[in-house]
Design a protein around this ligand. Structure first.
Ligand SMILES: NC(=O)c1ccc[n+]([C@@H]2O[C@H](COP(=O)([O-])OP(=O)(O)OC[C@H]3O[C@@H](n4cnc5c(N)ncnc54)[C@H](OP(=O)(O)O)[C@@H]3O)[C@@H](O)[C@H]2O)c1
Length: 245
Protein backbone atom coordinates (compact mmCIF):
# COMPACT_ATOMS: atom_id res chain seq x y z
CA UNK A 1 0.00 0.00 0.00
CA UNK A 2 1.37 3.42 -0.96
CA UNK A 3 1.67 6.06 1.74
CA UNK A 4 1.25 9.83 1.61
CA UNK A 5 1.95 12.66 4.02
CA UNK A 6 -0.31 15.67 3.50
CA UNK A 7 0.54 18.77 5.54
CA UNK A 8 -2.37 20.92 6.73
CA UNK A 9 -4.84 18.08 6.15
CA UNK A 10 -7.18 18.59 9.11
CA UNK A 11 -9.51 20.84 7.05
CA UNK A 12 -10.30 22.34 3.63
CA UNK A 13 -8.36 21.17 0.55
CA UNK A 14 -5.95 18.97 2.54
CA UNK A 15 -8.85 17.13 4.17
CA UNK A 16 -10.54 16.55 0.83
CA UNK A 17 -7.27 15.19 -0.65
CA UNK A 18 -7.18 12.83 2.35
CA UNK A 19 -10.68 11.54 1.57
CA UNK A 20 -10.03 11.02 -2.13
CA UNK A 21 -6.65 9.33 -1.62
CA UNK A 22 -8.09 7.07 1.09
CA UNK A 23 -10.76 5.94 -1.38
CA UNK A 24 -7.96 5.20 -3.87
CA UNK A 25 -6.31 2.83 -1.37
CA UNK A 26 -3.44 5.06 -0.26
CA UNK A 27 -2.43 5.11 3.43
CA UNK A 28 -2.76 8.75 4.52
CA UNK A 29 -0.79 10.53 7.21
CA UNK A 30 -3.13 13.43 7.91
CA UNK A 31 -0.81 16.28 8.92
CA UNK A 32 -2.24 18.47 11.66
CA UNK A 33 -0.78 21.13 13.94
CA UNK A 34 -3.09 20.02 16.74
CA UNK A 35 -3.04 16.23 17.22
CA UNK A 36 -6.22 16.20 19.32
CA UNK A 37 -8.13 17.98 16.54
CA UNK A 38 -6.57 15.69 13.94
CA UNK A 39 -7.58 12.57 15.88
CA UNK A 40 -11.17 13.83 16.04
CA UNK A 41 -11.14 14.41 12.28
CA UNK A 42 -9.84 10.87 11.69
CA UNK A 43 -12.51 9.41 13.99
CA UNK A 44 -15.20 11.16 11.96
CA UNK A 45 -13.59 10.05 8.68
CA UNK A 46 -13.57 6.43 9.90
CA UNK A 47 -17.25 6.71 10.85
CA UNK A 48 -17.93 8.01 7.35
CA UNK A 49 -16.23 4.98 5.82
CA UNK A 50 -12.73 6.35 5.06
CA UNK A 51 -9.99 3.94 6.09
CA UNK A 52 -6.21 3.78 6.48
CA UNK A 53 -5.79 7.32 7.80
CA UNK A 54 -3.65 8.35 10.77
CA UNK A 55 -3.34 11.84 12.23
CA UNK A 56 0.24 12.98 12.64
CA UNK A 57 1.35 16.13 14.43
CA UNK A 58 3.35 18.41 12.15
CA UNK A 59 3.82 22.16 12.24
CA UNK A 60 5.85 23.01 9.15
CA UNK A 61 7.50 25.93 10.96
CA UNK A 62 8.73 23.72 13.79
CA UNK A 63 11.75 21.54 13.03
CA UNK A 64 11.29 19.32 16.12
CA UNK A 65 7.73 18.47 15.05
CA UNK A 66 8.89 17.73 11.48
CA UNK A 67 11.60 15.35 12.73
CA UNK A 68 9.18 13.66 15.15
CA UNK A 69 6.71 13.11 12.27
CA UNK A 70 9.50 11.71 10.12
CA UNK A 71 10.48 9.26 12.90
CA UNK A 72 6.88 7.99 13.09
CA UNK A 73 6.62 7.44 9.32
CA UNK A 74 10.06 5.81 9.26
CA UNK A 75 9.18 3.40 12.08
CA UNK A 76 5.80 2.49 10.62
CA UNK A 77 6.49 2.44 6.86
CA UNK A 78 10.25 2.53 6.39
CA UNK A 79 9.62 4.82 3.41
CA UNK A 80 7.24 7.46 2.07
CA UNK A 81 5.78 7.38 -1.46
CA UNK A 82 4.10 10.77 -1.71
CA UNK A 83 4.60 14.13 -0.01
CA UNK A 84 1.95 16.79 -0.55
CA UNK A 85 3.15 20.13 0.81
CA UNK A 86 -0.31 21.61 1.21
CA UNK A 87 -0.13 23.69 4.43
CA UNK A 88 -0.23 27.38 3.63
CA UNK A 89 -1.30 30.74 4.98
CA UNK A 90 -2.33 33.94 3.23
CA UNK A 91 -1.11 36.43 5.84
CA UNK A 92 -2.89 39.62 6.72
CA UNK A 93 -4.23 42.03 4.14
CA UNK A 94 -3.67 44.56 2.59
CA UNK A 95 -0.29 43.40 1.25
CA UNK A 96 0.94 46.38 -0.73
CA UNK A 97 4.48 46.07 -2.07
CA UNK A 98 5.30 49.56 -0.85
CA UNK A 99 4.56 49.18 2.84
CA UNK A 100 3.78 45.61 3.92
CA UNK A 101 5.59 45.05 7.16
CA UNK A 102 8.69 42.85 6.78
CA UNK A 103 7.69 40.66 9.72
CA UNK A 104 4.34 39.94 8.08
CA UNK A 105 6.12 38.87 4.88
CA UNK A 106 8.61 36.73 6.83
CA UNK A 107 5.73 35.07 8.67
CA UNK A 108 4.08 34.00 5.40
CA UNK A 109 7.41 32.83 3.98
CA UNK A 110 8.07 30.78 7.15
CA UNK A 111 5.06 28.58 6.35
CA UNK A 112 4.71 28.72 2.57
CA UNK A 113 8.37 28.65 1.58
CA UNK A 114 10.80 27.73 4.38
CA UNK A 115 8.23 25.29 5.84
CA UNK A 116 7.98 23.40 2.56
CA UNK A 117 11.76 23.23 2.27
CA UNK A 118 12.17 21.99 5.85
CA UNK A 119 9.55 19.24 5.44
CA UNK A 120 10.87 18.21 2.03
CA UNK A 121 14.48 18.00 3.15
CA UNK A 122 13.51 15.98 6.24
CA UNK A 123 11.41 13.45 4.29
CA UNK A 124 13.66 13.13 1.23
CA UNK A 125 15.52 10.18 2.73
CA UNK A 126 12.23 8.24 3.11
CA UNK A 127 10.97 9.31 -0.32
CA UNK A 128 14.16 8.00 -1.92
CA UNK A 129 13.21 4.53 -0.61
CA UNK A 130 9.99 4.60 -2.68
CA UNK A 131 9.90 3.13 -6.19
CA UNK A 132 8.02 6.13 -7.63
CA UNK A 133 8.32 9.06 -5.26
CA UNK A 134 6.12 12.10 -5.79
CA UNK A 135 6.42 15.57 -4.28
CA UNK A 136 3.58 18.01 -4.95
CA UNK A 137 4.05 21.58 -3.78
CA UNK A 138 0.69 23.30 -3.52
CA UNK A 139 1.12 26.69 -5.10
CA UNK A 140 -1.15 29.41 -6.47
CA UNK A 141 -1.75 31.26 -9.71
CA UNK A 142 -0.85 34.29 -7.59
CA UNK A 143 2.73 32.95 -7.71
CA UNK A 144 2.89 33.13 -11.52
CA UNK A 145 5.10 36.04 -12.60
CA UNK A 146 3.94 35.69 -16.21
CA UNK A 147 0.23 35.91 -15.37
CA UNK A 148 0.80 38.69 -12.85
CA UNK A 149 2.45 40.86 -15.47
CA UNK A 150 -0.46 40.36 -17.87
CA UNK A 151 -3.13 43.09 -17.41
CA UNK A 152 -5.66 40.87 -19.24
CA UNK A 153 -5.35 38.02 -16.68
CA UNK A 154 -8.55 37.60 -14.65
CA UNK A 155 -6.73 37.85 -11.32
CA UNK A 156 -4.35 40.66 -12.38
CA UNK A 157 -5.66 42.91 -9.60
CA UNK A 158 -5.19 40.25 -6.87
CA UNK A 159 -1.72 41.45 -5.86
CA UNK A 160 -0.29 40.18 -2.55
CA UNK A 161 3.26 41.17 -1.64
CA UNK A 162 3.58 38.46 1.02
CA UNK A 163 1.44 35.56 -0.23
CA UNK A 164 2.06 35.88 -3.98
CA UNK A 165 5.79 36.35 -3.52
CA UNK A 166 5.98 33.32 -1.19
CA UNK A 167 4.34 31.11 -3.85
CA UNK A 168 6.60 32.54 -6.60
CA UNK A 169 9.58 31.58 -4.41
CA UNK A 170 8.04 28.14 -3.86
CA UNK A 171 7.72 27.72 -7.63
CA UNK A 172 11.39 28.59 -8.06
CA UNK A 173 12.34 26.07 -5.37
CA UNK A 174 10.20 23.42 -7.10
CA UNK A 175 12.13 23.91 -10.34
CA UNK A 176 15.44 23.57 -8.49
CA UNK A 177 14.38 20.41 -6.63
CA UNK A 178 12.89 18.78 -9.74
CA UNK A 179 16.16 19.44 -11.57
CA UNK A 180 18.23 17.91 -8.80
CA UNK A 181 16.08 14.76 -8.69
CA UNK A 182 15.45 14.44 -12.43
CA UNK A 183 17.66 11.38 -12.92
CA UNK A 184 15.83 9.47 -10.19
CA UNK A 185 12.22 8.26 -10.42
CA UNK A 186 10.89 11.39 -8.68
CA UNK A 187 8.16 13.66 -10.03
CA UNK A 188 8.30 17.06 -8.36
CA UNK A 189 5.63 19.52 -9.42
CA UNK A 190 3.97 22.77 -8.38
CA UNK A 191 0.18 22.41 -8.40
CA UNK A 192 -2.36 25.23 -8.06
CA UNK A 193 -5.78 23.98 -6.91
CA UNK A 194 -7.43 27.07 -8.41
CA UNK A 195 -9.39 29.74 -6.59
CA UNK A 196 -11.40 27.54 -4.24
CA UNK A 197 -14.02 28.24 -1.58
CA UNK A 198 -12.28 27.48 1.75
CA UNK A 199 -11.61 29.13 5.12
CA UNK A 200 -8.50 30.55 3.44
CA UNK A 201 -10.50 33.15 1.49
CA UNK A 202 -13.69 33.23 3.62
CA UNK A 203 -15.25 30.90 1.05
CA UNK A 204 -15.10 33.51 -1.73
CA UNK A 205 -13.51 31.26 -4.38
CA UNK A 206 -15.68 29.90 -7.20
CA UNK A 207 -14.09 26.42 -7.18
CA UNK A 208 -15.00 23.44 -4.98
CA UNK A 209 -12.67 21.50 -2.70
CA UNK A 210 -13.66 18.33 -4.60
CA UNK A 211 -12.38 19.79 -7.87
CA UNK A 212 -9.25 21.23 -6.18
CA UNK A 213 -8.36 17.88 -4.56
CA UNK A 214 -9.01 15.77 -7.64
CA UNK A 215 -6.85 18.13 -9.75
CA UNK A 216 -4.00 17.84 -7.23
CA UNK A 217 -4.33 14.05 -7.16
CA UNK A 218 -4.45 13.79 -10.97
CA UNK A 219 -1.10 15.57 -11.18
CA UNK A 220 0.38 13.68 -8.21
CA UNK A 221 -0.52 10.05 -8.97
CA UNK A 222 1.23 10.21 -12.31
CA UNK A 223 2.95 7.34 -14.05
CA UNK A 224 6.69 7.23 -14.52
CA UNK A 225 6.54 8.66 -18.06
CA UNK A 226 4.92 11.90 -16.81
CA UNK A 227 6.97 15.08 -16.75
CA UNK A 228 8.63 16.52 -13.66
CA UNK A 229 9.26 20.17 -12.82
CA UNK A 230 5.88 21.40 -14.12
CA UNK A 231 3.44 24.04 -12.90
CA UNK A 232 -0.18 22.85 -13.19
CA UNK A 233 -3.17 25.05 -12.45
CA UNK A 234 -6.83 24.14 -12.07
CA UNK A 235 -7.59 27.70 -13.26
CA UNK A 236 -6.00 27.02 -16.68
CA UNK A 237 -8.83 26.02 -18.94
CA UNK A 238 -7.24 23.45 -21.21
CA UNK A 239 -6.73 19.72 -20.88
CA UNK A 240 -3.00 20.01 -20.04
CA UNK A 241 -3.56 22.31 -17.05
CA UNK A 242 -0.04 23.65 -17.62
CA UNK A 243 0.44 27.17 -16.24
CA UNK A 244 3.05 29.71 -17.26
CA UNK A 245 5.60 30.29 -14.49
N1 LIG B 1 -8.26 28.19 -1.37
C1 LIG B 1 -7.75 28.71 -2.47
O1 LIG B 1 -8.41 29.45 -3.24
C2 LIG B 1 -6.31 28.42 -2.84
C3 LIG B 1 -5.88 28.83 -4.12
C4 LIG B 1 -4.57 28.57 -4.49
C5 LIG B 1 -3.73 27.91 -3.62
N2 LIG B 1 -4.17 27.51 -2.39
C6 LIG B 1 -3.24 26.79 -1.52
O2 LIG B 1 -3.80 25.54 -1.17
C7 LIG B 1 -3.30 25.14 0.13
C8 LIG B 1 -4.47 24.79 1.02
O3 LIG B 1 -5.32 25.93 1.09
P1 LIG B 1 -6.74 25.91 1.80
O4 LIG B 1 -7.61 26.81 1.02
O5 LIG B 1 -7.15 24.52 2.08
O6 LIG B 1 -6.33 26.67 3.18
P2 LIG B 1 -7.03 26.70 4.63
O7 LIG B 1 -8.49 26.48 4.51
O8 LIG B 1 -6.60 27.99 5.25
O9 LIG B 1 -6.33 25.48 5.40
C9 LIG B 1 -4.95 25.57 5.61
C10 LIG B 1 -4.42 24.32 6.29
O10 LIG B 1 -3.00 24.54 6.50
C11 LIG B 1 -2.72 24.31 7.88
N3 LIG B 1 -1.56 25.09 8.32
C12 LIG B 1 -1.40 26.43 8.34
N4 LIG B 1 -0.18 26.75 8.85
C13 LIG B 1 0.43 25.56 9.14
C14 LIG B 1 1.68 25.21 9.70
N5 LIG B 1 2.58 26.13 10.09
N6 LIG B 1 1.98 23.90 9.83
C15 LIG B 1 1.09 22.95 9.47
N7 LIG B 1 -0.13 23.20 8.98
C16 LIG B 1 -0.45 24.51 8.81
C17 LIG B 1 -4.01 24.70 8.61
O11 LIG B 1 -4.00 24.12 9.91
P3 LIG B 1 -4.86 24.74 11.15
O12 LIG B 1 -6.24 24.14 11.06
O13 LIG B 1 -4.09 24.29 12.35
O14 LIG B 1 -4.87 26.24 10.99
C18 LIG B 1 -5.04 24.07 7.68
O15 LIG B 1 -5.13 22.69 7.89
C19 LIG B 1 -2.45 26.32 0.64
O16 LIG B 1 -1.09 26.06 0.37
C20 LIG B 1 -2.94 27.50 -0.19
O17 LIG B 1 -1.95 28.49 -0.36
C21 LIG B 1 -5.45 27.74 -1.98
Amino acid sequence: MKSVLITGANRSIGLEITKQLSKKGVFVYLGTRDLEKGNKVVKQLNEDGYENIKAIQIDVTNQASILAAKAIVENEQGKLDILINNAGISGEFPQNASDTNIEAIQNVFDTNFFGVISVTQAFLELLKKSESPRISNITSGLGSLTLHSDPTWKYYNFKSAAYGTSKAALNAYTINLAYELKDLSFKVNAIDPGYTATDFNHHSGPGTIESAASFIIKHTLTDDSAPTGQFYSNDIEDETGISPW
